[in-house]
Design a protein around this ligand. Structure first.
Ligand code: 7TS
Length: 399
């Protein structure tokens, strides 16, 4: 059976061009780049090139740092724990601002700091699923050390007003971090234009390998390392660098920038085609305006259909979608985003996320479009709630 992968916000296929540049660094050029012999020195040019590709990809300046690490979870933990060690434990701050819809790599790290006595504000999102600049401004106090707000949400694809939030933080002397995992390759990410202090990304979300990520740190901004050891990455992240991973991430970043036009035009066109087909069916809503979303993402709420049930049915047909974050989906809890936007509780379990990539074809989308009415119809036929929706099952009116 031909399978169709529409879960690209969870992870992506490694671009064959990325795989090709990584291959020599396993059995041919396997030296430790810190070694003084030729095995070590021969890998260095590729690492330097990868670094250049990363700097160019986000338009970082030479004075800024980019730490190559293991994943976005590590990058997010590094920034938040650094604020704790530097400004809270050893300073006079005691407050962090974040949103209620961050990935657990931010949310759970903040919760851990709460257990150590740090005050955390979890800003709500509006019915479009967006954090407002005004809310960020209102939450800042003289004791705020850091604000951490994602660039784009992984479940809805909604794009947050990061430039305005970054300026609001800078104007009040608050360090600002953004988790840009879902932005790279889907939106223009330019740290000259948007004054973030820290930014995290992860290669496997933009057709690079798993287990390698990056943390951008603006020049002059404080950073206490999470991993201490052999002074790799200028002492900011010790541990022998994942050479093949870094080379692959560099190439993946270059290709992400190169393909951004295609993503914005073609991936969006296919996404919109799928979204239009979904919305043509009765009782389906899609979270957030498509114009304020990453070009590849749809979070649909299908009344009367359990998200998990739809996933299993589609999976039987070889189609991969998700209920939201794979990291949280084993818990079978109500989709926190659909809860956060204020939908009634009958809709909380109905979220299904479709996320495309530049490898998604029109033929694949057409197949999914042809199948959806049948699968949804069957699940609604056996639903105990769909036949008799009561008055409590209404979506809230947009404000
Ligand atoms: N931040 C965001 C916004 C993410 O979407 C993810 C993964 C991470 C951080 C973690 O990245 P990692 O490199 O540490 O794995 N998000 C998802 C998702 O939406 N479904 O599965 C994983």
């Amino acid at each position: 059976m031909e399978r169709i992968y529409l879960d690209n916000n969870a992870t992506t296929i490694v671009d064959p061009k990325v795989f090709q540049v990584m291959e020599p660094y396993f059995v041919q050029m396997y030296g430790n780049p810190n070694s003084l012999h030729s095995f070590g020195s021969e890998v260095k040019p590729a690492l330097a090139q990868a670094m250049e590709q990363l700097y160019a990809g986000i338009n970082a300046s030479d004075e800024d740092d980019i730490i190559v690490n293991s994943c976005a979870t590590e990058g997010n933990n590094t920034v938040i724990m650094s604020a704790y060690y530097d400004l809270i434990r050893n300073g006079d701050k005691n407050h962090i601002i974040t949103s209620s819809v961050e990935h657990p790599a931010v949310g759970e790290t903040c919760r851990f700091l709460e257990s150590l006595g740090v005050e955390v504000t979890y800003l709500p999102v509006n019915q479009e699923g967006i954090v407002s600049v005004e809310d960020v401004k209102a939450a800042i106090t003289p004791r705020t050390a850091l604000a951490s707000i994602m660039w784009a949400n992984n479940e809805t694809g909604m794009i947050f007003p990061i430039k305005e939030i970054a300026y609001a933080c800078r104007n009040r002397g608050v360090l600002f971090h953004t988790d840009a995992v879902q932005a790279i390759g889907k939106l223009q990410v330019n740290v000259q234009d948007v004054p973030v202090d820290y930014l995290t990304f992860s290669a496997h979300k933009f057709h690079g390998p798993k287990g390698v990520g990056g943390l951008y740190i603006r020049e002059g901004v404080p950073m206490v390392p999470l991993l201490h050891g052999g002074e790799h990455m200028g002492g900011l992240r010790s541990g022998t660098v994942n050479v093949a991973g870094m080379v692959g991430m560099g190439m993946a970043m270059e290709l992400a920038v190169e393909n951004l036009g295609y993503e914005i035009r073609e991936v969006r066109r296919l996404r919109d085609k799928l979204e239009d087909a979904l919305l043509a069916l009765p009782d389906i809503i899609v979270v957030g305006s498509r114009f304020q979303r990453t070009p590849n993402t749809i979070l649909a709420s299908i009344r009367g259909v359990e998200g998990e049930a739809l996933i299993w049915d589609l999976n039987r047909h070889g189609i991969a979608v998700s209920t939201g974050s794979a990291c949280a989906s084993e818990s079978l809890e109500a989709n926190p985003i659909i809860s956060a936007i204020g939908a009634d509780k009958d809709l909380a379990h109905t979220g299904v996320r479709f996320s495309l990539s530049r490898f998604t074809t029109e033929q694949e989308i057409d197949k999914v479009i042809a199948l959806l009415p049948k699968v949804i119809g069957r699940l609604r036929d056996i639903s105990s709630t769909y036949a008799t929706p009561g008055p409590a099952c209404q979506m809230p009116e947009p404000q």
